[in-house]
Design a protein around this ligand. Structure first.
Ligand code: MRU
Length: 359
């Protein structure tokens, strides 16, 4: 069974329920986000994470943001509140573009509604915003399935597939991106083994990816991040597939720290390196990966392990949460619209604009 990472419960006065990923795999606990501050904290502390999931959460966060405002019957005032909370939510995590994409989409929908119907009630505006957030969620489910279907052909019988971090159902509203490809291959009865990098420092690979794949009955083996090269050298790994947090116009791709090193190792060993991501992860406003803001997280995530100090007290740690893989090292980007082989600005634009990569 594929887990549902998040769900909106109820109507405009409802709440967002998320699986608390900080507690997995030991405990499967759901967290009810009844206000935008609780959701903000959940995002910041990685109770919910993964680029597409952050986009869906941001959309529902704006629904929550209007619940407490007094019923002014002035939709223009609601737009101001929306914009204030959009800035607040945007300050939670900087790298995954889906979060910003969803905030802009919801605000644009609200603005259009108010422009088209200046006499509408605030209740009608809130209903419109909830409908749009539900659409973002539904579309994500659909995109995940299509990514899986489009990428399934790259998985062969007997493969050893390396993945990094968690790009599964827990990172989306649907069945994931990179893991969606594996779920579809498994559904088609292909036999393969997945190597999941543990993904220091927060162990999304060991805790979340291994949990999801095991639940689905897929053969999964955890390795420490620094073992990948040796496993490739021994021909245990012959394909790499990961998700993405932001893809620049030229195809440079930000993903969990360590992905860049894996791309270099894959190139060195002559292995294909795939990125699986929905179109909401592309940021065509930036030319290359150099413009991607990389989140820096607390040193304690590295100097401590399960709240126990493991480094000498007083020693600092550098903790960038993401890195950027160069487009030239990506064999193909698998999207819901199709596959972009040897990604560059031209091939990306062609696929995103018209869903075809024919020249
Ligand atoms: O810090 P995280 O756990 O939010 O990082 C997540 C990743 O890097 C994922 O690989 C990425 O968001 C793709 S999710 C489908």
């Amino acid at each position: 069974m594929i887990v549902k990472a998040l769900e909106w419960i109820g109507g405009i006065d409802g709440f967002l329920e998320i699986v608390d990923q900080r507690k997995l795999p030991a405990d499967f606990v759901k967290l009810k986000c009844r206000d935008v501050e609780t959701l903000f904290e959940a995002i910041k502390t990685l109770a919910v994470r993964g680029a597409p999931a952050l986009g869906v959460c941001a959309a529902y966060g704006l629904v929550l943001s209007l619940q407490k405002s007094s019923d002014s019957d002035d939709p223009r005032r609601e737009l101001e509140i929306l914009s204030r909370y959009a800035r607040y939510l945007a300050s939670s995590r900087p790298t995954a573009v889906n979060l910003f994409w969803a905030l802009e989409r919801i605000q644009a929908t609200a603005q259009k509604f108010v422009d088209d119907r200046p006499d509408a009630t605030t209740k009608a505006l809130r209903e419109t915003i909830l409908a749009e957030a539900n659409a973002v969620c539904r579309e994500d489910v659909d995109m995940c399935r299509r990514i899986g279907e489009n990428g399934e052909k790259f998985i062969n019988e007997g493969d050893g597939i390396l993945t990094h971090c968690n790009a599964g159902a827990l990172a989306t509203a649907g069945q994931g991106t990179a893991l969606s490809v594996l779920f579809e291959a498994h559904k088609n009865k292909k036999k393969f083994r997945v190597y999941a990098c543990e993904t220091r420092p927060l162990l999304q690979g060991a805790r979340l990816t291994a949990w999801e794949l095991k639940q689905a009955g897929i053969d999964v083996t955890i390795i420490c991040d620094n073992m990948a090269g040796w496993m490739m050298k021994q021909s245990k790994i012959n394909t790499v597939i990961t998700g993405a947090d932001r893809i620049a116009a030229n195809g440079d791709t930000a993903n969990k720290i360590g992905t860049y090193s894996l791309s270099i190792l894959a190139r060195e060993h002559g292995l294909p390196f795939y990125i699986a991501a929905p179109s909401s992860t592309f940021d065509l406003s930036i030319k290359s990966g150099k413009e991607i803001l990389i989140e820096q997280r607390a040193a304690e995530e590295i100097t401590q392990f399960a709240r126990t100090q493991i480094a000498p007290p007083g020693v600092g740690a550098c903790n960038p949460a993401f890195d950027v893989t160069e487009a030239g090292d990506i064999t193909a980007i698998i999207t819901e619209k199709g596959v972009i082989e040897k990604p560059d600005s031209g091939s990306i634009l062609r696929l995103l604009n018209c869903g075809t990569n024919k020249q």
